[in-house]
Design a protein around this ligand. Structure first.
Ligand code: PA5
Length: 461
């Protein structure tokens, strides 16, 4: 299992102003946490609760279906191009970055075991899209368009551009290069897919985008590039089992949720920094930032009171950001709770040769880069404590599918528990919808005429 170390949030270590009396708090909240965990588990199968993500680990059918499809098309494509945004892209790119060999897309076909390269297009910068289209041979590219709603402007505009090009290049056969992941029944993409006869996979009901990485949204791209999705899902299931424990002393997701909640509401630490000490985990921070921000940043609580709450997530990367952000974290406002992710054992070892022996860098020789990165993580933690800055550490043994499944699922459950502590709706995103609707209005979508008039007036101020 993952290890979770919360020593550096304790009042004994940080003092009363910045630290928590963990023993008292855990005991005080134990009953409430148990109620939250029982409640989440008892509501998860009810329609409309948006908790189906808690069942995804057990969805063997999807695992089987995506593997069957991946096997069927094996060898036909040089590239997979994923079109999606937000929850339809962040989990996919985070897991691929973590689990594929570094610089995957630059490896030869042989080095990639005959598996395709993978690209995530999650923005609508014309230069970026044109740049990618310049280097991709679309004839040899499988396009996986992912949108739960089926109508997100960014994703669908990308798809319209690429579909037209595929048609121009491949004639009637273009359909073979498209696979859509969307709602089972509703939405424009579902309608287009049915009419055009695309191969499709389903984003299950009651799974929000940011909680969808273990559905076909993530599993299909992972299977296409050879990631071991059974191991990934085993990690999810084992973590799910562990997090059913209602005793906070034995539930790491509940512990970290409560620590964040109390640090925010009692100690003024309303910024959450996610800082893995592993380049391969770099995009896990991007995924977490969306999960934490969209889930917990809310205007109203569950009683309809205006609360405007939510900790602000920040992404950082060790050791790189020691030379960028750590100055602020040590000496700037003491308003952050830093989450380190540590990797015990890297896949490879890299020795630093003993050259320049009698110089100021001589001490590095004979050491490994592995020990350097982990020493830097330790040193940063201790320095933060010297400045009374709270921090927690999640440690994984190795970066592998099983541990990544555990890590991501733990952070999902942590987010859901934190949402209950804040007493808000973790699973909606009215603040995102608002801007989406304004975009539709600006771009002339039918049915948004009233918003368009309202917007025009507001933009003329
Ligand atoms: O988490 C969410 O719900 C959002 O980030 C969505 O994933 C994002 O807006 C994309 O939506 P869709 O998948 O409908 O295109």
């Amino acid at each position: 299992m993952l290890e979770f170390d919360y020593r550096n949030v304790k009042a004994e270590i940080l003092g009363d102003e910045n630290g928590l009396n963990i023993e008292t708090e855990f005991n005080n909240y134990n009953e409430k946490i148990a109620k939250i965990i029982n409640d989440l588990n008892s509501r998860k199968d009810k329609p409309g609760q948006w908790l189906q993500w808690m069942n995804l680990g057990y969805n063997e059918e999807t695992v089987w279906l995506v593997k069957e499809y991946a096997a069927m098309i094996n060898g036909r494509f040089d590239n997979v191009l994923v079109l999606g945004i937000g929850g339809s892209a962040l989990g996919g790119s985070a897991v691929c970055e973590a689990l594929l060999k570094p610089y995957w897309n630059l490896l030869t076909l042989e080095q990639r075991n005959n598996l395709p390269r993978i690209f995530f297009l999650d923005n609508i910068d014309p230069d970026q899209i044109n740049g990618l289209l310049d280097i991709l041979d679309l004839k040899k590219t499988l396009v996986n368009v992912i949108t739960k709603s089926g109508s997100t402007a960014e994703t669908m505009s990308q798809f319209m551009i690429i579909k037209k090009r595929l048609e121009d290049e491949l004639g009637d056969n273009y359909r073979r290069n498209i696979v859509a992941t969307t709602d089972q029944n509703v939405g424009v993409l579902r309608q287009i897919s049915n009419e055009e006869g695309y191969k499709t996979f389903v984003v299950p009901d009651d799974v929000g985008g940011r909680f969808s990485v273990f559905s076909a949204v993530g599993l299909l791209p992972f299977a296409l590039v050879g990631i071991n999705i059974e191991e990934l899902m085993q990690g999810v299931k084992d973590m799910d089992l562990a997090l059913k424990n209602t005793n906070i002393w034995h539930n790491i997701a509940a512990q970290n949720a409560l620590i964040h909640y109390l640090m925010d509401t009692q100690k003024g630490k309303n910024l959450t920094v996610m800082m893995p000490y592993s380049n391969r985990l770099k995009y896990i921070s991007d995924w977490f930032v969306q999960l934490w921000a969209e889930s917990l940043g809310k205007e109203q609580d569950n009683y309809g009171n205006k609360v405007n709450i939510g900790p602000t997530p920040i992404k950082a990367l060790g050791a790189t950001d020691q030379h960028s952000q750590i100055q602020l974290y040590n000496e700037g406002p003491n308003n952050k709770l830093i989450n380190f992710i540590r990797v015990k054992e890297f896949d490879t070892t890299l020795e630093i040769p003993q050259i320049f022996e009698f110089t100021g860098v001589g001490y590095l020789g004979g050491n490994t880069i592995n020990s350097l990165i982990n020493s830097e993580a330790d040193a940063t933690k201790v320095a933060l404590v010297d400045y009374q800055r709270p921090n927690v550490t999640i440690t994984i043994d190795k970066v592998n599918p099983y541990n990544i499944g555990q890590l991501l699922y733990m952070l999902e459950v942590q987010t859901a528990i934190a949402g209950e502590l804040y007493n808000i709706n973790t699973f909606n995103q009215p603040g995102v919808e608002q801007a989406k609707n304004y975009t539709y209005a600006l771009m002339g979508r039918a049915g948004y005429e009233e918003s368009a008039a309202d917007l025009k007036q507001k933009m003329s101020y």
